[in-house]
Design a protein around this ligand. Sequence first.
Ligand SMILES: [Zn+2]
Length: 426
Amino acid sequence: MGSIPISPILCLLGLLRLLCFVNGANTSDLSLTPIPRHLYHSCDSLLKDVKALVSRHPEKLTVDRIRAEDKGYAADIVVVTYNSGKIPKNDNFEFRILLTFGQHGRELITSEVALRLISMLTGERTMPGADLNLLNSFLDNLVIKVVPMENLNGCKLVEAGEYCERRNGRGVDLNRNWSVDWGKKEKDYDPYEENPGTGPFSEPETQIMRKLSQSFDPHVWVNVHSGMEALFMPYDHKNVTPDGLISHLMRSLLDDLNYHHCQNRCLVGSGGGSVGYLAHGTSTDYMHDIVKVPMAFTFEIYGDSSASSKDCFKMFNPVDEATFNRVIENWCAAFLMLFQTGPGWLDIARQATFNDLSKWVSIDANAVDRIEGSSKGGKLEGLDLGMQELRTYFRLFMLSSVLIMFMFCSRISKSKCRPSMSSIPI
Ligand SMILES: [Zn+2]
């Protein structure tokens, strides 16, 4: 017969469409939101703008590009340092803060926040109503390292149309590739989303970040993501928070940020206990357990729970100008608040961890190449014999701090929980 075999053609089209979704290459689906290019930089242009900022403000910023390679797969990570080499005023300790953005490819908004934050640190951009003298005074004793785009290869996949891609350029989730509880798989494990790699630190990006964190030895770590609104502290791989005073201080700081910058919408607590699933081999758990960062956090800065689970760009990133600007300004303000109040919280924590002095003695902020295995015992040199008296004083101070802290904690209202999203933010 001369009739056209329509059914096989429809089947073929259907199969092609299905394959399109499976591979995440959804650009052919007109119902999916494309990247609004009038709002978002390309991956390369964002890093170019970061470097231009550094070149215009060499007195405040320096930049390093760190490269690593494994079996023919290479990764480059740009690291911006604010206040590099500046000597802290008075006898104050130098507080080191390490922020990373764009660990997951599809979370482009996070890198936009990083770029704006760096421009605010230079003074080129300001917050409405900000007191610049006050800002500069509390920035004096800080050294801040910013990784604006941890997963450049993943970002490039997203801008090529793989809007749901969160992994690196060879399919590994960079927030599952760290050594704390690495490789454990939950019942709801999604191999597409959470591939942990062939072993801990198998990925060049993770190797670079480990090296950076161990050489810089930060007091504060923030891993910035999107997909929901949340302020997480350890642990991600179990549904509890660490014990002790520092854990309470971390929680208090997050409650403060939630109140001022998330209007109490953010989930606050341990990642594993709050997000609705356990995550194994994450950066923040490594920072807490291994690098011993006193305050290690994961911020989730935006999520659209009304978006279709296939419409990844919209789910993880604001797509209208007003929301885009609001998210950026709000979270830049949150980071400035963290920079301002963090040292105070850390000072209390310092009293609590006085026996571990190594964390609190200033180091060369540019010692990116000083790697794990170096003895921290040498940092104890120079402490005088009056330390015993100081310890007594600090114990008294610590006790009073604990009392103040609990009063403060009880004052703050608990955050209202939002339902977890079906996709995986952290
Ligand atoms: Zn993420």
